[in-house]
Design a protein. Sequence first.
Length: 477
Amino acid sequence: MQALNTRIRDTQEKALRINLDPRRYGTFAEIGAGQEVVRWFFRVGGAAGTIAKSVSAYDMTVSDAIYGRAPRYVSRGRLEAMLDHEQRLNLERLQESRGGGTAFFVFADTVAARNYRGNNECHGWMGVKFQSHPRDQESQILIHVRMLDRENARQQEALGIVGVNLLYGAFFHFHEPEILVESLLDQLSTLRIEIDMIEFSGIEFRHVDNRLMSMKLVELGLSGAAIFGPDGAVLQPSELLHNKRVLLARGSFRPVCYVHLDMLSSARARFLEDLPADETDTVELAELTLRNLRGDRTEVDRADFLARADMLAAVGKTVLISDYFEFYRVAAYLRQHTVERCAMVMGAGTLREVFDENAHAHLDGGVLESLGRLLSRELVLYVYPLLDPKTGATTRVDNFDVGERLSGIYQSLAARGSIRQLDNYTREYLPIFSQHALEKIRRGDPSWEAMVPNAVAAAIRERRLLGYRPEEGRSAA
């Protein structure tokens, strides 16, 4: 296994090594920004031993005739059609004559680079379907990229490099997927390319958890956020959130308690009441931040992250993992993907973080700049009451104390409806705090089960999550 600090990073060297590997033979199909990836393989020499065909079906009618009709040409569906079609042709045409010593592959991309007006979304889908060994079952990697360069030529250059990185990673790092992910920006930077979605599938990746790979993208700064569904499938933000309203709840979800679900359901009902619409037009996200996942550690505890993901999956929640500690940054992320109204739901305790002047001292305008960024374009904060277990009093929007300095701005935001109280909550859930539930789980106190939904309790017991030890649970009972 090649050590991380000695692995090949140079694009030309990667392309040449692939060309000189006698096992690799396949097709390049590229649409939308020129044949930027295959160009590297022609340029370095030895391409005749690697390239069976290079195709670029720019015309929509021609593209449809080859790959079938598509509602969107720069889409995952189009990319998968390209990969499937071209690999099928490789096997039909070449398997008999050279299949015994050849591992066939298809590299494909469908891209919208910067147009001459400079007013389009610059993004693309890129993928590789490949055999690791001759006559082997196939494996596949899909990624979604956003090009950040301002010039078309620079975008094309970056696409070519990341495409070579992807193909090289598939061939030489398939057994070490985290290194594969790290290598995608070799010879590039996050100022030029963002990768906001990656999915591994097939025989070589049967043990890969795509949720961990999504988190790896965020950890490395390849993307500010990534999304995956309750089934663990990674989701591309623009496709999920396009023309949708979004309701987001940030939390530790350690564990997922009744109070978390009540907070979300109360906010969803209020959101639909305030802005009546088809319920399917609203996407609900449970957000985990890297800062929360790390705690006082330098790295994320993988087991802890998967435990929280498993619990959220047990109650059917879609998870957003982000590196956006400040609320205004996650608000900007949502606006990047949808023009529809968005809302965040939080407990009154979390609302204090929004108005914490020290937390926003890095901004020139301090907390006022943060509030302006967060609550522009009518984003709404729904506030769930906070119960004081000692006094029985609840902190609400109407009695929330932000201090004399910020009182005026707070009252103004509440009066215009940017901060709204949730009154349709279940009062019996107010005394539930996830930290208390976690402490009970760890000391074997079975009363924790009354604090979490049945599906979450089952996941904790069956998968031994959060330090649960069944022998202690039974003895305590």
